[in-house]
Design a protein around this ligand. Structure first.
Ligand code: SF4
Length: 712
């Protein structure tokens, strides 16, 4: 035996090879950097991940980053184009796949006009792919229908920041300023599970004496660090902030010189706040008056302060106005444009920031230009070399595209890096709509729930194989290198788009031979826009991460925004009065509980990647419902049993998980699973009227134990 072991160890030394490559995590918006170490030992491959220092996560990695390579190296990745024939997917060549799309899309557009095809992108695509997808829709397909899953992520915060400040960048400061904030409000954000490597910034702030206020219906690993946790009734954030404003204005804590010099709209806001009664706010929100007062005074009276919002506030049918009210709070107290003062919308997706800047969104052109602005249309038409009259007008939001599909207005759909069957609200309707399409093409790594419905699946590159730039939640642009070749015949997103444009006869508009070529065009297209990337080059990014706006090659990039003025033409921030809105659907006799949804630490978005990572999957193999024991007993639900959750739109079955960390009137279900565990089968389809964000975070449900094996 000893002989065998020593022989083996000797052999191990002889045959060991090691390749170390720099990469960065594909999941959340922190974009932690790391090294992938690939070892070959006695014919066996071994992989490990080493974190790498960077100015964002300071060398930290969370459990998702540590195991991100597992999905990229998974043997069930799609390696070849797959065409559905008689209900089964069969391998075909790329030539056949591209010809198929050309024939189908051409047929559809001959019958319906250009807008008969829709394009649906994703917030994890690189800046280059996101830019190119927008150009592909408008130049190659000439359709107005393009939107992306970032609609469900950032649209409320982005619209609110654009209106209040004139510019939307995820965080107005750099992360390293967080420890200088004397008071921090964390509203509807569970950073500890969603962006874990950011938590040390907040614990450091706490060590420095910062007073931390968390607003969340649940106790989470994030609320644990709070000095004051406001366990709010779901969907009442806007009203709570009205309460804060009442206290601040009444008690003389507003920053009058900042208001006078740097804002518009205060008088109207004050008149509205005068009508607010704190006792009413307490009743609406479920938060005692004294706690509302304590939070307001702590934020306003401290010399510095920051507010962070995330999907808990934003994924509401009043998400836009709720965020506007948090921005009112910032402007009324003058806590912006200075060290330790600012606003952060904690972006969820890996390129949630860059993905929304360069033209995937229904109403936007690159650099945050607008499709309905004639000057902007003219500029981009020139960059793209097309007639302005050929540039389509704005389309509709992601969920509204599903409605257009249902009505037959859109008959072909090209989906890249997204899983709309799981990520859209009212998922049963979405699935039925997608089944009506004449042609559904899905570009993905795996056969996702949406890809299963496709006529054609195209295999794409993972983060290890796809070079390109990404923009993190601070607006800092980074260059991610490719470290491996694509498996099988999988292709990079940008190559797929270019080849498709070529078969559609539009190759002259897509002449790129590298992602750097695309980025250089993006720089021109964004030049002079709000999100100006002109001064950022691949050469610069080899050595640094650069903040936008960066208008010139020698510009350092702006790490802190609004130090002197806001981006509106008059340089002022805009205040607005916000009503105490209520969620579109509230509990009643038949559906007596609030349902709210969210994430768990081991999974990402609809789980297509993390459910294909064995280490992550094993941590949460199935979905669950968090329910307060008192509520569970009322409905005769034991711990760890299957539970039916029913809303007006459908029913799912998941396992119960008792916790006294949630309100008794609220249950929580994560959204990372598909099929029978897809919580979006029961969420409400109502959209925010301004930003078209669905109200994922609140709907009314009933719960009951599963009492028979059929689960019906
Ligand atoms: Fe970093 Fe986010 Fe990846 Fe975790 S998921 S390693 S926090 S980028």
């Amino acid at each position: 035996m000893n002989d065998f072991l020593s022989y083996y160890r000797q052999k191990e030394k002889e045959t060991e090879t090691e390749k170390v490559s720099d990469t960065q995590c594909p999941y959340c918006s922190v974009q932690c950097t790391m090294q992938l170490v690939e070892q070959r030992i006695v014919g066996r491959e071994n992989y490990k991940v080493i974190s790498k220092d960077n100015p964002t996560s300071e060398g930290r990695l969370c459990i998702k980053g540590l195991h991100a390579h597992q999905h990229a190296l998974h043997k069930e990745r799609i390696h070849y184009p797959l065409l559905k024939k008689n209900g089964m997917f069969e391998r075909i060549s790329w030539k056949e796949a591209l010809a198929y799309i050309k024939d189908k899309f051409t047929d559809i557009q001959q019958n319906t006009g250009s807008d008969g095809i829709g394009v649906y992108g994703g917030g994890s695509l690189t800046n280059e792919s996101a830019y190119l997808l927008g150009k592909f829709a408008r130049v190659a397909l000439k359709t107005k229908y393009i939107d992306y899953n970032g609609r469900f992520c950032m649209s409320a915060a982005a619209s609110a920041a654009n209106e209040a400040f004139g510019m939307d960048r995820g965080f107005t400061n750099k992360l390293s300023e967080i420890p200088f904030a004397r008071c921090i409000i964390l509203a509807g954000t569970n950073i500890a599970e969603c962006q874990p490597t950011l938590m040390p910034y907040f614990t450091k702030a706490k060590e420095n004496g910062s007073f931390i206020i968390a607003i969340d219906p649940r106790e989470t690993a994030t609320t644990e660090i709070a000095d004051l946790h406001l366990k709010i009734k779901p969907g009442t954030d806007a009203a709570l902030v009205n309460g804060f404003l009442k206290v601040i204005i009444n008690e003389g804590l507003a920053d009058e010189s900042f208001i006078n010099e740097k804002t518009n709209g205060f008088q109207e806001l004050k008149e509205h706040i005068d009508t607010i009664c704190l006792e009413d706010i307490s009743t609406i929100t479920g938060i005692p008056v004294e706690s509302i007062r304590s939070a307001a005074v702590n934020y306003a009276a401290n010399s510095t302060g920051m507010i962070f919002t995330a999907r808990g506030v934003e994924q509401q049918t009043d998400g836009y106005m709720a965020v506007r009210n948090f921005l009112n709070l910032i402007l009324v107290t003058g806590k912006i444009g200075k060290i330790g003062c600012g606003y952060g919308a904690i972006t969820g997706q890996g390129n949630g920031q860059g993905g929304r800047e360069h033209g995937q969104k229904a109403d936007q052109l690159p650099g945050y230009r607008h499709l309905e602005n004639d000057v902007h249309r003219h500029y981009i038409s020139k960059v793209w070399g097309i007639e302005e009259t050929d540039l389509p007008r704005k389309g509709v939001s992601a969920y509204e595209m599903m409605e257009k599909i249902d009505s037959g207005e859109i008959q072909g759909l090209f989906v890249m890096g997204s899983n709309p069957v799981v990520s859209n609200p009212n998922a049963n309707f979405v699935e039925q709509s997608l089944k009506k399409l004449s042609c559904l093409v899905v570009v993905d790594l795996f056969i996702s729930e949406t890809a299963k419905l496709a006529d054609l699946i195209l295999p794409s590159a993972s983060y290890l194989e796809n070079e390109g730039t990404m923009t993190n939640l601070e607006g800092r642009v980074t260059l991610r290198r490719a470290t491996r070749k694509c498996p099988g015949e999988a292709k990079k997103d940008w190559k797929i788009i270019c080849e498709l444009a070529t078969v559609l006869g539009k190759s002259r508009f897509f002449p790129y031979v590298s992602p750097e070529d695309i980025f250089n065009e993006l720089r021109e297209a964004s030049r002079g826009g709000v999100a100006d990337y002109y001064g950022i080059t691949y050469d610069r990014l080899k050595n640094e991460r650069v903040y936008w706006p960066c208008p010139e090659l020698d510009h350092p990039g702006e790490s802190r925004l609004f130090t002197k003025t806001f981006t509106h033409p008059d340089g002022k921030g805009r205040l607005v009065s916000v009503q105490n809105n209520f969620p579109k659907e509230r509990p009643d006799e038949e559906f007596p509980l609030y349902l709210t949804t969210g994430r768990v630490i081991s999974h990402y978005l609809t789980g297509v990647q993390t459910r294909n990572s064995p280490a992550l999957k094993s941590r949460n193999v199935e979905s669950f419902i968090e329910i307060h024991p008192t509520t569970a007993q009322k409905y005769k639900i034991e711990n760890q049993v299957l539970v039916k959750i029913t809303s007006k739109r459908g029913q799912i079955t998941v396992r119960s998980k008792y916790t006294d960390k949630i309100r008794e009137d609220t249950v929580f279900v994560p959204f990372h699973w598909g099929d029978d565990q897809n919580v979006n089968q029961i969420t409400h389809e109502a959209l925010d009227p301004t930003c078209k964000m669905p109200g994922f975070k609140v709907c009314a449900v009933k719960v009951s134990p599963v009492t028979d094996l059929s689960l019906n």
